[in-house]
Design a protein around this ligand. Structure first.
Ligand SMILES: NC(=O)C1=CN([C@@H]2O[C@H](COP(=O)(O)OP(=O)(O)OC[C@H]3O[C@@H](n4cnc5c(N)ncnc54)[C@H](OP(=O)(O)O)[C@@H]3O)[C@@H](O)[C@H]2O)C=CC1
Ligand SMILES: CCCCCCCCCCCCCCCC(=O)[C@@H](N)CO
Length: 392
C-alpha cells in the first residue's frame, strides 16, 4: 500500500511539471504585433487540445488503472492473511489415496500434525506406512464413512481440535443422467456434499474453541466440473457446485472466528480414482475434460496447500483453471487486489473466451451425435442441410 500511494503521488508530480512546462512557454515573441493574433489564437487552441490529449492519454493508461487498483485494494474482503501449517493439526479426508494422500505427504513434510480419514482400514494403514517411509512422520488414521455423521463425530473427537480441515473425499461416476441409477446420483451427492456438511458440523465446535488463536482453515475439494457443467457429470457437477454455495455462505459465518474457507478446483488428476473413472467415462466427457489437460496429484496438492496457506477462496490449479476462475468469479470473496483487478479488467474478454469454449464443446457434441446417426444433427440432416445450401 505504501509504495502504491507513493507511486500515485509521484505520477501526480510528473503531470504537474509537464503542465507547468507547457504553460510557461513564451507566448509572445519579440515582434508581437496585431497581425499575430490569429497565430496566437491558433497556438492557444493547439496548446489546449494537446494538453487535453496528454491528460486524456495519461489518465486512460496510467491513472485510471491505478485508481481502480487503489479502490480495489481498499475494498477487497476478507483481508489478506497467512495461515501457517507447521506444528498445526491438519485433518485430511480421503487421505489414503490420490490427491488426499499427496496432501498428507506434503503437510507431514512441512511439519504439520496430520490425521487422515477414509473408509478402508487397509488403505489407511498403507498410506501411514508410505508417509512414515518418506517423511519419518507418523500420521493418525481414522476409518469412517463420511456419510455416517456419528462415525465422523467419533473420529474427530478422538483426533482432537483441528486447525486445518481438508474435506477432500470424493466419488465420481460419469454417466448420462438418463442412464444413471438414482442411487448413483444420491451416492455422489451424499459422499461429496452431505459428507462435507457432516465433517464441518463435527469439526466446527472444536475449531472455534481451538487453543491457539491462530488463523484456521476449512478447505473443500471441488473440481473444475464444479465451475462449469460437463457432459456426463450431472450429479458430480451438482455435488461440486454445491460445495461452492456452502463455502461462500460458510465463510461469512466463520470469519469472526478467524477461520478461512478455501475451495480447490483441480482439472483431471492422475489418481487411482481417475483410473477407475476412465474405465467407464463417456467419450464426450473425456473430450470436453481434455480442454483442461491433466495434472499429477502432487502438483495439485502443492497448489492446494499454497492456496490454503494464503487463505485464497478460489484456488485454481493450472492455467485453464486460472482462466476458469476469472471467468466464474461472480460474487465470490477475493482477498487479492491484484486478482480482483484482473477479474474486473478481463471480464469481457473472458466471457468471449467462455463462449468460444462452449462453441467448441457443442460442436464436438454435434459431431459425436452425427457419427452415431442420432439427434438434431444426424448425418442425414447434415447432408440434407448441405444439399439445401447448394440449392440456395
Ligand atoms: N482425480 C481427478 O481427476 C479429480 C479429483 N477431484 C476431487 O479430488 C478428490 C480426491 O480425488 P482422487 O484423489 O482422485 O480420489 P481417489 O478415488 O483416488 O481417492 C478417494 C479418497 O476418498 C476416500 N473416500 C471415498 N469415499 C469415502 C467415504 N464415503 N467416506 C470416507 N472416505 C471416502 C477414499 O478412501 P476409501 O475408499 O477407503 O473410503 C480415498 O481415500 C475428490 O473429491 C475428487 O472429486 C477433483 C478434480 C479432478
Ligand atoms: C473461459 C476460459 C475457460 C477455460 C477452460 C475450461 C476448461 C474446462 C474443463 C473442465 C474439466 C473438468 C474436469 C473434471 C475432473 C474431475 O473432477 C473428474 N476427473 C472427477 O474426478
Amino acid at each position: 500500500m505504501q509504495s502504491f500511494s507513493d507511486c500515485l503521488i509521484s505520477m501526480g508530480d510528473v503531470a504537474r511539471t509537464e503542465l507547468h512546462d507547457i504553460l510557461s512557454l513564451p507566448l509572445f515573441s519579440a515582434n508581437n504585433t496585431r497581425t499575430d493574433h490569429t497565430h496566437f489564437y491558433l497556438f492557444l487552441k493547439h496548446l489546449r487540445s494537446s494538453i487535453m490529449a496528454d491528460i486524456n492519454l495519461f489518465y486512460l493508461f496510467l491513472l485510471a488503472p491505478l485508481t481502480l487498483l487503489l479502490i480495489l485494494a481498499l475494498i477487497v474482503r476478507p483481508r489478506a492473511i497467512r495461515i501457517p501449517i507447521k506444528g498445526r493439526h491438519v485433518f485430511i479426508t480421503g487421505g489414503s489415496s490420490g490427491i488426499g494422500l499427496s496432501l498428507a505427504h506434503q503437510a507431514a513434510s512441512e511439519g504439520a500434525r496430520v490425521s487422515i480419514l477414509a473408509r478402508n482400514p487397509d488403505k489407511l494403514e498403507e498410506a501411514r506406512n508410505s508417509i512414515r517411509l518418506s517423511t519419518g512422520i507418523e500420521v493418525a488414521i481414522f476409518s469412517a464413512d463420511v456419510r455416517d455423521l456419528e462415525a465422523v463425530q467419533r473420529a474427530i473427537n478422538e483426533a482432537g481440535p483441528i486447525d486445518i480441515l481438508i474435506c477432500n473425499q470424493g466419488v465420481f461416476v460419469p454417466q448420462e443422467l438418463e442412464m444413471q441409477e438414482i442411487e448413483t446420483v444420491k451416492f455422489m451427492i451424499d459422499v461429496n456434499l452431505m459428507g462435507t456438511f457432516h465433517l464441518i458440523k463435527a469439526a466446527l465446535p472444536g475449531m472455534r474453541n481451538r487453543g491457539n488463536r491462530g488463523p484456521a482453515s476449512i478447505a473443500l475439494m471441488s473440481s473444475q466440473a464444479g465451475q462449469v457443467g460437463i457432459y456426463g457429470y450431472t450429479a458430480y457437477s451438482a455435488s461440486k457446485f454445491g460445495l461452492r454455495g456452502l463455502g461462500e455462505a460458510l465463510q461469512q459465518e466463520v470469519i469472526a472466528d478467524n477461520i478461512h474457507v478455501s475451495l480447490i478446483f483441480p482439472p483431471d488428476t492422475e489418481t487411482p480414482g481417475l483410473l477407475e473413472e476412465n474405465k467407464r467415462r463417456p467419450q464426450l466427457t473425456s473430450i470436453i475434460a481434455a480442454s483442461s489437460g491433466a495434472m499429477k496429484a502432487d502438483e495439485v496438492a502443492k497448489k492446494a496447500i499454497s492456496g490454503i496457506k494464503s487463505g485464497t477462496f478460489i484456488v485454481p490449479c493450472n492455467f485453464e483453471g486460472l482462466l476458469l476462475s476469472i471467468a466464474t468469479a461472480g460474487l465470490s470473496p477475493q482477498r487479492s487486489s491484484m486478482m480482483a483487478f484482473i477479474e474486473v479488467v478481463a471480464a469481457g474478454i473472458m466471457r468471449i473466451a467462455a463462449l468460444f469454449f462452449q462453441w467448441n464443446w457443442y460442436t464436438s457434441i454435434a459431431k459425436w451425435h452425427a457419427q452415431q446417426g442420432y439427434g438434431p444433427y444426424s448425418d442425414e440432416d447434415l447432408t440434407g442441410m448441405k444439399a439445401m445450401d447448394k440449392d440456395g
